[in-house]
Write a protein that binds this ligand. Structure first.
Ligand SMILES: Nc1ncnc2c1ncn2[C@@H]1O[C@H](COP(=O)(O)OP(=O)(O)OP(=O)(O)O)[C@@H](O)[C@H]1O
Ligand SMILES: [Mg+2]
Length: 346
């Protein structure tokens, strides 16, 4: 018999601690938080203090006064600043539980880790969640969580391929029978794309722009390859003239952005190709039928699915809710025993 009231107030969480975004799933409720992985720290007299986390902190990126710094505690998919990451996890866990902060005797937390992360990095993530109040921490590899969240048949003896392009990493997972038959990752993703746009604009237009502006341009009109005809859409970009040091604006076209993004896009294609080369023939046969499923914010880059389809000769689809797939998949392991086997051994 099912007593829904018993489930009310569950405190088990699944956290996709991403380089760009943290997404939190509360058992029996679904996604309750989706915010940038950014923390603003104030350095005054005494100990540094957290001033803002998530959405509020991201608004301050690149615009902080001298005594305030915005920090992204994760880089390349792993924790770069453990203390700040801990504070961030704690903040989001408390917020996900409605500010109750009563982690009490049992709050199971499932956290996603990149498949390529080392045991030291995994320990750091585990410790951060424990000291933030989790009584039990389980890890799940990101491509596995992404595949579950994208609705792939991970528990069946059918091979599937998922490509997750995040802010810091691109991860390719080949999955069958709840296991990663093969995984491959490269530290290329949305951040590298933003950097590529910044350096292109500086090189060819003598204009200095910040990370936030580069990301905005990418989301607005970014494309993975040049439009078939003409220069495509254009956008007005404001920045600082490199030599004159004065504010200036220029027009940037989609054709130019495609040129700027050529290198990171080629790296994404390369990781996928490499994974395909290492895939067992039986599984490869399944992938030929089922194709490749893309997740992560980077899969929203216009025409990246088209580029991958052309470069691999396989059908490619972008999952529904690509920004939430990993957290959804991790959350499903809390609710459905079928997926427990996808968790890393405790
Ligand atoms: N429409 C869009 N076009 C291109 N890129 C986008 C779009 N929307 C979001 N992104 C990019 O997706 C990235 C964030 O994706 P996501 O939240 O999946 O990353 P993450 O999980 O935080 O990172 P990682 O998995 O590497 O740790 C950012 O770099 C963001 O700029
Ligand atoms: Mg991610």
């Amino acid at each position: 018999m099912n007593f829904p009231l018993f489930k009310f107030g569950s405190r088990d969480l699944a956290i996709d601690l991403g380089t760009a975004n943290t997404v939190v799933y509360l058992r029996d409720r679904g996604i309750v938080i989706q915010e940038p992985s950014v923390v603003a720290i104030e350095y005054g007299n005494g100990l540094p203090k957290v001033r803002a986390v998530g959405d509020d902190a991201k608004l301050m990126l690149g615009k902080t006064p001298a005594n305030l710094r915005t920090i992204r505690p994760l880089r390349n998919g792993v924790i770069a600043d453990l203390q700040v990451a801990e504070q961030m996890i704690k903040h989001f866990m408390t917020k996900a539980l409605g500010g109750r902060g009563r982690f009490g005797n049992k709050t199971e937390v499932v956290i996603c880790v990149p498949s390529g992360s080392t045991s030291v990095e995994r320990r750091a993530i585990r410790d951060a969640a424990s000291s933030a109040g989790a009584s039990e921490v389980r890890l799940i590899e990101e491509p596995m969580a992404a595949a579950i969240g994208a609705g792939l048949p991970v528990a069946d003896p059918i091979g599937s391929m998922v490509v997750d392009i995040g802010g810091g990493t691109t991860e390719v997972g080949v999955i069958s029978l709840q296991g990663l038959a093969y995984s491959q990752s490269d530290r290329v993703g949305g951040d590298k794309m933003d950097e590529a746009i910044m350096s292109y604009v500086r090189r060819t237009h003598n204009l200095q722009i910040g990370e936030a502006t580069a990301e905005r341009i990418k989301k607005q009109i970014g494309v993975a390859r040049a439009p078939l005809s003409g220069c495509g859409e254009t956008v007005v970009v404001k920045g600082l003239h490199v030599e004159k040091g004065v504010p200036r604006e220029i027009q940037l076209s989609q054709a130019e952005i495609a040129r700027a993004l050529a290198e990171p896009v080629a790296r994404v294609v390369h990781v996928v190709r490499e994974a395909l080369e290492h895939t067992e023939p039986e599984i490869a046969a399944d992938i030929i039928d089922a194709g490749i499923t893309m997740t992560g914010g980077g899969s929203l880059l216009q025409d990246i699915d088209g580029v991958l389809a052309d470069e691999t000769g396989l059908p490619v689809r972008v999952a529904d809710n690509p920004l939430q797939c990993v957290a959804l998949g991790a959350g499903m392991t809390l609710e459905d025993p079928v997926y427990r086997g996808a968790l890393q051994p405790a």
